[in-house]
Ligand binder design. Structure first.
Ligand code: GLU
Length: 307
């Protein structure tokens, strides 16, 4: 009998902490093209749990921009409407005595670093683990990372990954919300609940992935495939940010650029097309090939009309 393969389900997971920009769009292009090329489904998940960083209206604007660019999806979810699921997952972890409230400040955690750290991934030595603290609104939930926490996986793009989570991150944070509504817990619950088979996202999240895998195991959830792709960087080689100028889609729209021009230029700069020029997402399906995606960050130079 023919083997029945699970159908590919991918996702686009914007955070409404700011306007959609070229960097997000490039990653979403890869995610969308991977899914559609596999004949799979696409889920749009608005990750709006990051108060107070979320900007009012950024969610509606991101969806507007994505549709204008020609993205489509089969299901749409909003994390802030799914808090019951995160709460149930937290309770499951509590029942196994796998979480605890921590009241250390960022300053405390920074002081506990023994090695230089990069970005947001801080090591936490478990200072609050044995204190049996009650929850307060200043607390966060941390996962009791077991001693045996070496995680290995083969990233579809970035290759073999090995991390000892206890050594690298220690007891990592799950959520700043009393009932568990926070990025790490929500992403793990949602990827499983939405049947996501492959996570395509920026490689800034690569160091956070082994912790997500440990959490999946603790909750008895499946581990999807991971495909971490390089980010778009500015001419100085640093991750695209405000200092590189305005790269919001809204800006190029206001300047009169057409969606196909934006997609075409991103595809050209990414090396998927030999020539610059307008192209739609479906037109890119044939040419798109993950194995041809450069492993170096994609350098953004000359984008807008004014060059
Ligand atoms: N919402 C996250 C972001 O915009 C992405 C999280 C994920 O893909 O797991 O950075």
């Amino acid at each position: 009998m023919a083997e029945i393969l699970p159908k590919y389900v991918g996702r686009l997971a914007p955070s409404p902490t700011g306007a959609l920009h070229l960097g997000n769009v490039r990653t979403f292009m890869i995610a969308w093209l991977r899914a559609r090329k596999a004949g799979g489904r696409v889920v749009l998940r608005m990750e709006d749990l990051d108060h107070p960083k979320d900007k009012p209206g950024a969610d509606v604007q991101a969806i507007e921009d994505l549709k204008w660019l020609g993205f489509d999806w089969d299901d749409e979810y909003v994390q802030s409407r799914r808090k019951e699921l995160y709460r149930a997952a937290l309770e499951k972890l509590q029942a196994q005595d796998l979480v605890y409230p921590c009241v250390c400040t960022r300053k405390d955690v920074l002081a506990a670093q023994s090695a230089p750290h990069a970005g947001e991934q801080l090591y936490y030595p478990g200072t609050c683990r044995e204190k049996h603290l009650a929850w307060t609104d200043k607390a966060c939930w941390r996962f009791k990372t077991p001693e045996a926490s070496r995680v290995e996986f083969d990233d579809v793009f970035a290759g073999r990954q090995v991390q000892n989570v206890a050594e690298k991150l220690g007891d990592f944070p799950l959520a700043r919300d009393r009932y568990g509504a926070g990025y790490t817990l929500a992403v793990v619950v949602d990827d499983a609940d939405m049947g996501v088979t492959e996570v395509v996202r920026g490689d800034d999240l690569l160091p956070a992935t082994p912790a997500q895998i440990l959490l999946q195991r603790a909750l008895g959830l499946p581990t999807p495939e991971y495909c971490h792709v390089p980010l778009l960087v500015g001419p100085d080689g640093r991750r695209l940010a405000k200092r590189h100028g305005d790269s919001r889609i809204a800006r190029y729209r206001a300047e009169g650029m057409k969606p196909e021009e934006i997609l075409g230029r991103l595809a050209f700069l990414s090396g998927w097309r030999g020539k610059d020029g307008p192209v739609s997402l479906p037109e890119l399906l044939d040419a798109f090939d993950l194995t041809k995606l450069p492993h170096e960050p994609c350098q953004l130079s000359r984008f807008g009309r004014e060059g």
